[in-house]
Design a binder for this molecule. Structure first.
Ligand code: NAP
Length: 500
């Protein structure tokens, strides 16, 4: 595929028909740590806007990723915490979404967060809000997920700020949940049952066009206070979407119409077959009952650019993955509030169970660290891989995150990155990588890799920490202890061998 020079920068808004309008003042991006927010912030910075981001917990890489941006820490469920964040803001992007809490809890959390935001926005006199919500015909019996997206829009509109609402269906792009579901289904299944709902219609949109619309409406004041449906060029059934993905991935698959159409059953199956966890799949699948198609194309009057087709969105997403340049991923914000999880250094006392394994080596610390930072994902765990996978599969059955989440990119890691069922908690180049477990466990676990420089030799060590307060937790530790020795000793040897 023809890759244009600007694609090296990863920026998407170079061909927007609108121009940067710095008179809009200070721009706040909420949900900045999420899939869409994480891609929007660099675009705003590149166009010269004064940006403040709102996150629930700060991370060291934000300064590097978003130079010159003010980072404000707040939880939208805490109304007092929102005041300092909204003070002095002229336009706010509202990208807060709690779908990751799962079907039972997300709607109430989203309603409360929107209400708090609207109250504080009124107090501080916020001028404008831009909200990205979901498509869906309000007259139809919508899924709870789609209804909740509309509810949030209604709540924000109750305030005095002018609210621009963009409504989108499935967003296709590298790292998006919809794309990863499609891709893994095509790669893993030889054929597909086609229940009745698979013939419902959807108007998918590529992530680059979503970002362009989000930036474009900011730069066009006439869009303030208006609602727009945004979608790609084609309206497709879900069956057609899978068929096109099989063609792009050059797989021959069969399709069988089937009477059985229980969406809960299919979503559970899909959550086992793809890296996307149960709560997200269930919320997205509940929406498949409805047609999600643009009701009008009035956005084109204000931002007349040609959107990318569905087939091309998939090709672009695949190409991003091949180039190891996926900027944000659904897993960045999953599990919900992961950033608030207890850190190893926050424990009152040392974890009750610790197992440490080490070896001496003459290899350079930088080379050893590079190898450590490649663990997981497609490369696997270097040794006893089947054991890690077995543990991951068990976790998926329990609706945990499993190992198939993989990694955002193959090379390099940063704090908060996902590595299969772990998340990076601390990273000090050439010295330490600390991973926090996110699988289902009767306790809390961490895995620490350290490199100590002893002059001519280096001491490479891996330490498993485990903290539990219940009997099942202790039993769990002693059950797995014999496997640790085998897995971790082998892992250390492999890291050493793979280092130059
Ligand atoms: N992605 C899609 O395919 C898609 C399709 C159509 C429409 N949309 C819409 O686009 C918007 C953004 O979606 P997304 O995919 O970027 O979602 P996402 O990746 O799940 O991110 C949601 C963000 O909301 C933040 N958040 C959740 N609860 C919060 C709270 N109580 N206080 C403060 N922040 C909170 C999360 O913060 P943490 O990082 O701290 O968890 C996260 O950064 C949503 O309105 C969604 O409906 C998305």
């Amino acid at each position: 595929m023809d890759v244009k020079p600007w694609e090296d920068t990863g920026l998407l808004c170079h061909d927007l028909p609108s121009h940067p309008d710095l008179s809009v003042g200070r721009v706040l991006v909420t949900g900045a740590g999420g899939y869409i927010g994480g891609r929007l912030v660099p675009e705003l910075i590149a166009r010269g806007y004064r940006v403040r981001v709102m996150v629930r917990s700060t991370a060291p890489h934000y300064e590097e990723d978003w130079p010159g941006v003010e980072v404000a820490v707040a939880d939208a469920l805490d109304v007092d915490g929102l005041r300092p964040v909204l003070e002095g803001v002229d336009v706010a992007y509202y990208l807060i979404h709690s779908m990751l809490l799962g079907p039972e809890e997300f709607a109430a959390a989203d309603r409360q967060a929107a209400q708090n935001f609207r109250i504080v926005a009124d107090e501080v006199g916020l001028g404008r809000i831009i909200y990205l919500g979901g498509l869906g015909d309000v007259r139809a019996r919508l899924s709870e997920h789609l209804r909740s997206r509309i509810e949030v829009a209604e709540e924000l509109k109750r305030g005095s700020a002018a609210v621009t609402i963009l409504r989108a269906a499935a967003i296709i792009g590298s790292g998006s949940a919809s794309y990863e579901i499609l891709k893994h289904l095509v790669l893993r299944l030889p054929g597909y049952p086609v229940p009745a709902w698979a013939r419902n219609r959807c108007q998918p949109i590529s992530v680059r066009d979503v970002i362009k619309y989000l930036v474009g409406v900011l730069e066009n004041s006439e869009t303030a206070g208006k609602t727009f449906d945004i979608g790609g060029e084609e309206i497709l059934t879900y069956e057609e979407m899978i068929r096109i993905a099989t063609q792009v991935l050059q797989k021959h698959r069969f399709f069988v119409p089937i009477f059985f159409s229980n969406i809960h059953f299919y979503s559970y199956l899909v959550s086992l077959l793809t890296p996307v966890p149960g709560p997200i799949v269930m919320c997205l699948f509940a929406g498949l009952r409805n047609d999600v198609v643009c009701q009008d194309d009035s956005i084109k009057r204000y931002l007349p650019f040609t959107t990318v087709g569905y087939r091309e969105s998939i090709i672009r997403a695949l190409s991003r993955e091949e180039q190891d340049r996926v900027h944000t991923r659904w897993s960045d914000a999953y599990p919900p509030a992961h950033e608030l999880a207890m850190k190893l250094h926050e424990l009152d006392e040392e974890p009750g169970h610790i197992a440490r394994y080490a070896l001496e080596t003459k290899k350079l610390a930088s080379s050893l660290f590079r190898s450590i930072c490649r663990i997981g994902g497609k490369e696997g765990w270097f040794h006893g891989n089947w054991m890690w996978r077995l543990r991951g599969n068990f976790d998926r059955i329990l609706l945990g995150v499993g190992t198939s989440r993989g990694r955002r990119v193959v090379s390099g890691l940063k704090v908060n990155d996902v590595v299969d069922f772990w998340r990076v908690e601390d990273l000090r180049p050439d010295e330490r990588l600390l991973l926090r477990a996110e699988m289902k466990l009767p306790g809390k676990a961490w895995l620490e890799f350290t490199i100590q420089d002893g002059g001519t030799d280096r001491r490479l060590a891996v330490t498993a920490y485990y903290h539990t307060t219940n009997i099942f937790g202790h039993a769990y530790w002693y059950f797995f202890l014999p496997f640790h020795r085998f897995i971790f000793k082998g892992l250390l040897r492999q890291i050493e061998e793979r280092s130059a």
